[in-house]
Design a binder for this molecule. Sequence first.
Ligand code: DI6
Ligand code: FE
Length: 397
Amino acid sequence: MLLRNATVATMQEGGGPYGLIEKAAIAVRDGRIAWVGRDADLPPEFDGEADDLDGRLVTPALIDCHTHIVHGGNRAGEFEMRLAGASYEEIARAGGGIVSTVTATRDADEDALLDGALRFADALIAEGAAVIEVKSGYGLDIETELKMLRVARRIGDMRPVRIKTSFLGAHAIPADMKDRPDSYLRDICLPALKQAAAEGLVDAVDGFCEGIAFDAAQIETVFKEAARLGLPVKLHAEQLSHTGGTMLAAKYGALSADHVEYATGRDAAALADAGSAAVLLPGAFYTLHETQKPPVQAFRDHGVPMALATDCNPGSSPLASLLLTMNMGCTLFDMTCEEALAGVTRNAAKALGLEDCGMVAEGKRADLVVWEAERPAELPYRIGFNPLRRRIFGGIG
Ligand code: DI6
Ligand code: FE
């Protein structure tokens, strides 16, 4: 495959805004990018039959590095309750929230869960996603946590997309163990993690460190097990309050700390030292009418890579669009358009520990999107409009 006369946002660092190359060519061989640069400089060995893109924008394919797309049921009723004045935390404490999705997920069989998840995956793919991270965490028993992860893997068999799984057994305390979070972790969560890891179902280990979920000491027991199993960690941290999750994540060299609205400058420094990314989730911020914005300037100052993701889930972020997520990153979190695009490409790859994607560069996978657009700012700029023209996955498409 040879693409010519393109405007390529390579997203390579140090190459000016967006790593942009105008009048560019991209040569693809064996599903990888064999060459990218100015059209005029194309080496003869790559010359041949080409697609003339007429100046259209090409970016790396998008990456959604934080989703909960495998789940049963929906929570439209809670949406109505929140509109009538109930808070997310009140609903969670009253047995709604995550725990209600747990019931629906336990009740659903694998095929039904897969059907539901594919609808969200398809929406993400239609906007150019090539990698989707999928979490467990709506099972809270061994059988259902494993079922969710198996369904997540099956998405990758059914669609041209790569799936990265995160075990999120420490997401909530099941209703029948409400007052025994430590027993839940010891007797269910950790055994589920061990079994899921033994079956090759886990790429990373996640947790929810929050007043309505687990404290940092409890999450640490899960991280210790992850370390024993040789699995990387990530964490839902400082979403609704500051509970020290970011520091814990940094201590364990996490791939990322996610949400992080209540993170401090010290947290940002710790993430930078640990080489962890901050994953910003404006869909949850928007849905919950939050007002505390993540410390974007501190992340910039400390050089923490900022990723953006949908957090697609039935409760706090019923959002299945990375383009809208980019728009929200700009409008709600004051990110630049370049930061928004890096957030769903290069930095999303970092948040998943992936080194073979997220940039248009020699040797990376040929996961690309051709947009009906001339410049990168057109992607986060529009709302509810998809300018995708062509999606290339592993050199095919
Ligand atoms: N934080 C979130 O945003 C999701 N999980 C989490 O720990 C919310 C999940 C839900 O409300 O169902
Ligand atoms: Fe989440």
